[in-house]
Design a protein around this ligand. Structure first.
Ligand code: FAD
Length: 361
């Protein structure tokens, strides 16, 4: 008998988990979520992401394993599936000695290293010669990464799921057990719930994980092109602000970021932060405006997304809540895309363990 699975959440975590599970036999998968691809909402992080592959995970941790296991699938999408909205792009990481010890530089420690674990994973990793660096930059590395047009990729993931027989429905759950109520799954009684609720795992009844908090990211999306992705170890405008630039695939515009404001739930763009973001971006990447000022940026929109940061990292775990069997996959922080396949694969393995524990001995 096929097992009836409800996946709560249609962000990158829920969709990737549903897609990988749909490739295994024996499951009828139903994705139920308050927000779906196409929506823009403060409770839905996935559309706001850049998104690129720029690991900050520390060598030897589960997070580094998830990131490492995700590079292959993302590179395959960029290489072989243009309809998914990926392209390869060179990525430069700039370090300023004065940022050492700051919140951003500490968060970025592995990324800023001249020999990070992912140097062996991504193509063309190298240190850049000092004489090629701009003013104020003390060292830099470069590698080939991918940049994802999330406005294409999220619907693509949903389409791949639909092609494999996954069903979708809008639903808002107060408590995780509501996902097993009569009628919650079109095929009948629910055998297991996959919790991919991101930041809202902090509010979902039965889960209410207080260790999940927002890290507010404000962005400006412009029509100007950057040519390559750039990121720097810090800014002169405060510890919780950041400076990065990436041009999305397939006409998705260029993302100028940003901020990393922990504990801040504000959904509206802050106009003065937007000006600082644009000024820093054109200073770091003059080719955006041919060396001219921010009035030469052609703005598509301002945006705010909340990264679902979890103390202790992403939660990929089995749990029984009341009498509901649950597998969690939430709390990816700023790494939801770059860890997506690694996390989803582990979540799928846990689901298989629930139903076939002996085959894994
Ligand atoms: P979400 O996308 O938030 O999805 C949660 C889903 O759960 C939604 O469908 C929601 O409706 C549903 N849901 C929640 N609660 C309920 C409920 N009670 N009932 C029903 N449905 C519910 N990551 C990268 O890898 N690379 C990047 O370059 C990158 N850049 C970023 C830049 C910014 C500005 C931001 C904000 C994030 C960035 N991220 C990046 C992080 C990435 O966006 C997140 O880690 C990822 O989107 C989290 O996905 P998710 O599926 O867990 O959560």
């Amino acid at each position: 008998m096929p097992k009836n699975i409800v996946v709560i959440g249609a962000g990158v975590a829920g969709l990737t988990t549903a897609l990988l599970l749909s490739k295994r036999p024996g499951y009828k998968i139903h994705v139920a979520a308050k927000h779906m691809p196409g929506d823009y909402d403060i409770e839905y992080a996935s559309p706001w992401a850049g998104a690129n592959y720029m690991p900050v995970s520390i060598s030897g941790t589960p997070a580094a394993k998830w990131d490492s296991n995700t590079w292959g699938p993302l590179a395959d999408l960029a290489q072989n599936h243009p309809e998914a909205g990926f392209h390869f792009q060179e990525c430069e990481i700039h370090s300023r000695a004065k940022d050492i010890g700051s919140a951003t530089a500490t968060w970025f420690a592995e990324l800023l290293s001249s020999n990070p674990w992912f140097a062996k994973v991504v193509p063309n990793f190298r240190s850049l010669p000092k004489e090629s660096l701009g003013p104020g930059i003390d060292s830099a590395t470069s590698f080939t990464s991918v940049c994802i047009n999330t406005a294409i990729y999220l619907p693509w993931l949903a389409s791949q799921c639909l092609a494999n027989g996954v069903t979708f429905k809008r639903a808002t759950f107060e408590h995780i057990r509501d996902a097993t109520a009569p009628g919650a799954h079109p095929s009948g009684k629910v055998d297991l719930v996959v919790n991919c609720t991101g930041l809202m795992a902090s509010k979902l009844g039965g889960v209410e994980d207080e260790t999940v908090v927002p890290a507010r990211g404000q962005i400006v999306i412009v029509r100007n092109e950057a040519g390559k992705m750039l990121d720097v170890s810090g800014t002169d405008d405060g510890d919780n602000e950041a400076c990065y630039v990436m041009t999305r695939a397939a006409g998705g515009g260029t993302i100028l970021g940003g901020s990393y404001q922990k504990g801040n739930w504000e959904s509206q763009p802050d106009p003065s932060l937007a000006v600082r973001i644009m000024k820093r971006a054109v200073a770091m990447c003059p080719s955006l405006t041919d060396g001219k000022g921010i009035e030469h940026l052609d703005i598509i929109r301002h945006g705010v997304g909340l990264r679902p940061v979890r103390e202790g990292g992403t939660r990929i775990e089995r749990e029984t809540i009341g009498n509901v069997r649950v597998v969690h996959n939430y709390g990816a922080g700023g790494a939801g895309y770059q860890s997506s396949y690694g996390c989803a694969q582990d979540a799928v393995d846990l689901i298989e363990e629930v139903f076939e524990p002996r085959s894994r001995l």
